[in-house]
Ligand binder design. Structure first.
Ligand code: ADP
Ligand code: MG
Length: 406
């Protein structure tokens, strides 16, 4: 689909100049062992990543984990300390930002305050010497695409945050990038507008077929938007996958906690029975998890989705079954369609059960009640042996963000 008339952006990133072979996909991004150091501080460590052409990729992680540094290196606004960046199979590591085929939309939009919307959007074409009538026509077309044509003569201060965001998006798109880079593009918006603009971004991505790389610390945003979620931690990639893979099969306790919606539990390997490994929890509880091979006594972590746990009124006696914990209700939060129930137990400091309002009505509980929480063995997802002390020391030495969970 052509959005800028002849010679404009088109779906699936098929190039309009004759430089690439016909039909060849443009906009694939590859990072090869990319690192970034600021003085002594290691912000990004040997990141390897392949983003297919036309994908919507979200770099997700806590504050300070290296997302923006990675994005700025792709854009060319930050130098690469080590490694290579390839865009459409071309090594762009030392190229100027303007010739990489990327456009970066800044977190604060960075619109020129003294220029109208139209002139803001047309600005980079002006710098390239495009005639006024042509650049204004292209800018207007893009303002229409982001539903801002009616505001073309206003200055940024006369616009709401959401409107400024649309203008910034149009301004980034006018250079006809193969890759659009967005740094926390929704973070300045109120929650209602954020969800609305999220849908707009998805629509525009679908219509243009460009590669989008979007930095966010919101797992909800990443899951709603991305084809490819890249979870970062301490300057490294912790896990890459589709939203379903990352949510349902987290590779580590960090990812399980960061994505949310999971209880992380641990126990020591006792024995194997019928395709399962049996763990002894910290108290009297035992857990059955998918079988893994490790020496007996190995401490192992696994997770169970908060919405896969059932609650029943209980007594103090632990039932004689795997995957059952006895607990006391610490808190009940109402969220409209569902309720979140926090439990105190020997199994974990943080254990949450999420139930539908209908299920809650069947078994209402209140703070202080004794309950048993239980789940099916197939809902336990193994996360691996707990790191040894030495591995923990290595993890501690990585740069850590203020929201680092583990
Ligand atoms: P994120 O976007 O995930 O919050 P950043 O990439 O901005 O993370 O930062 C990663 C780390 O690099 C942080 O520890 C941050 O303080 C540091 N950092 C970022 N930019 C600079 C800079 N220009 N100079 C020095 N340190 C920086
Ligand atoms: Mg950032």
């Amino acid at each position: 689909m052509n959005v800028l008339g002849s010679g404009g952006l088109c779906r699936a990133g098929v190039k309009r100049t004759g430089m690439m072979m016909r039909g060849e996909k443009q906009g694939a991004v590859e990072l090869v062992a990319v690192s970034k150091r600021y003085g002594d501080a290691q912000a990004v460590s040997e990141v390897d990543l392949k983003v297919p052409a036309g994908a919507y990729c979200c770099l997700l992680g806590p504050s300070g984990c290296g997302k923006s540094s990675t994005l700025r290196m792709i854009a060319g606004h930050e130098s690469v300390s080590d490694g290579d960046i390839l865009i459409s199979n071309r090594n762009v590591t030392v190229l100027h930002p303007s010739v990489r085929g990327t456009a970066l939309m800044f977190q604060n939009y960075a619109l020129f305050p003294h220029l109208s919307c139209l002139d803001n959007v047309a600005f980079s074409l002006k710098m390239r010497g495009v005639a006024k009538a042509q650049r204004q026509a292209q800018a207007l077309e893009l303002l229409e695409r982001v539903q801002m044509a009616a505001y073309k003569d206003r200055r940024p201060e006369q616009l709401s945050g959401g409107q400024q965001q649309r203008v910034a998006l149009a301004r980034a798109l006018i250079t006809e990038p193969e890759v659009l880079l967005l740094d926390e593009p929704l973070s300045a918006l109120d929650p209602f507008l954020r969800v609305k603009m999220r849908a707009e971004l998805k629509r525009i991505h679908h219509e243009l077929g460009l590669t989008f790389i979007h930095v966010t610390h919101s797992q909800e945003e990443a899951m709603a938007l991305a084809d490819l979620v890249v979870v970062m931690r301490g300057g490294r990639i912790e896990q890459t996958g589709t939203p379903t893979e990352v949510f349902n099969r987290p590779c580590s306790p960090f990812v399980a906690r960061f994505m949310g919606g999971h209880n992380v539990l641990k126990g020591r390997l006792e024995r194997r029975v019928g395709g399962f490994s049996i763990l002894q929890g910290p108290g009297s509880q035992t857990y059955a998890v998918p079988e893994f091979s490790a020496p007996d006594g190995t401490e192992y972590e696994f997770c169970v989705r908060t919405d896969r746990v059932r609650l029943a009124r209980g007594s103090d006696a632990a039932p004689d079954a795997d995957n059952v914990i006895v607990a006391a209700v610490r808190g009940v939060e109402y969220h409209g369609t569902q309720l979140s129930i926090a439990l105190d137990s020997e199994a974990s400091d943080e254990f949450t059960v999420v139930t539908s309002d209908r299920d809650f009505a069947q078994c209402p509980v209140a703070v202080g009640d004794r309950v048993v929480a239980m789940w099916d063995v197939e809902d336990a997802h193994g996360l691996g042996p707990t790191p040894t002390r030495r591995e923990n020391v290595l993890r501690e030495s990585q740069p850590r963000g203020e929201m680092d969970y583990v």
